[in-house]
Design a protein around this ligand. Structure first.
Ligand code: FBP
Length: 245
């Protein structure tokens, strides 16, 4: 967080999606870390392997957010579970200022993820670092409604009820519905997720609308590092989030 706002660069896609999102540039963690370290971001989100092999020795100034759980998308599981692969202690050893954890809200395994996240929150709290919940509706119970106001506001409220300091939510499609999500999250701060790469016009509009709706910032991956000019996108995002334009 900086001045109550946050802009995270997400780069955990290699685990979640394989190499499908990458080109010759974005497959190289050093190139993404250079973007993350440009001064426009308040944090970079990495799994522990990239944190250990690239971030730790690189002398970067951008704060590290270690994603503690993850899965591949090879199984196409209808009821996904994202296993914890890294502990809060390990993340702190790697230099983490915050940790992230995905809960697939609505999945048959949500209870397991809720329990894991509860423990992580407690450990993060004791260590004085922030735990961020990636609240993603998934599973048969919410199929076709993953981006609806009803289901996303439930996911947002779950974040508050669980005591999350901050949550990350997919965009619900418009400012009015997103402001309901922010209300549902109450004193839990909300970041909006970027999603698949879209036109810059639509993307920036979405960020502006999410902020008007009360989000404190965004956690973006593909819409930054898949752009022709990632630094130009990062600069504009920074200006929007810090209300400089
Ligand atoms: P994007 O801005 O590229 O959507 O990144 C945000 C993120 O939450 C990543 O942290 C994660 O790898 C990805 O989205 C997961 O997306 P999905 O659940 O749709 O596969």
């Amino acid at each position: 967080m900086k001045n109550g706002r946050s802009l995270l660069l997400a780069y955990d896609h290699g685990m979640e999606h394989g190499t499908a999102d990458f080109d010759d540039r974005s497959i190289d963690p050093k190139k993404i870390l250079a973007i993350a370290d440009s001064g426009y971001f308040t944090g970079v989100v990495l799994q522990k392997g990239i944190a250990e092999k690239y971030y730790q020795s690189g002398g970067y100034r951008v704060p590290l957010v270690v994603k503690l759980n993850g899965k591949t998308n090879l199984l196409k599981d209808e009821e996904p579970y994202s296993a914890q692969l890294c502990t809060v202690d390990e993340a702190i050893q790697l230099g983490a200022a915050a940790v992230g954890y995905t809960i697939y809200v609505g999945s048959q395994h949500e209870e397991r993820m809720m329990k894991e996240f509860s423990k992580i929150e407690q450990e993060a709290d004791r260590a004085g670092i922030v735990a961020i919940g990636w609240m993603y509706p998934r599973g048969k119970a919410v199929a076709g409604r993953e981006e609806s106001k009803e289901v996303l506001s439930y996911a947002a409220r779950l974040g508050l009820e669980m005591g999350a300091e901050m949550i990350k939510l997919p965009y619900s499609g418009d400012e009015e519905s997103f402001s309901w999500l922010v209300k549902a999250a109450g004193r839990t701060k909300v970041l909006v997720q970027g999603g698949k790469q879209t036109s810059e016009k639509l993307f920036f509009q979405m960020i502006k609308d999410a902020l008007k709706a009360g989000a404190v910032g965004a956690a973006i991956g593909r819409n930054v590092w898949q752009a022709k000019n990632p630094l130009a996108v990062a600069e504009k995002l920074h200006k929007i989030i810090y209300k400089l334009i």
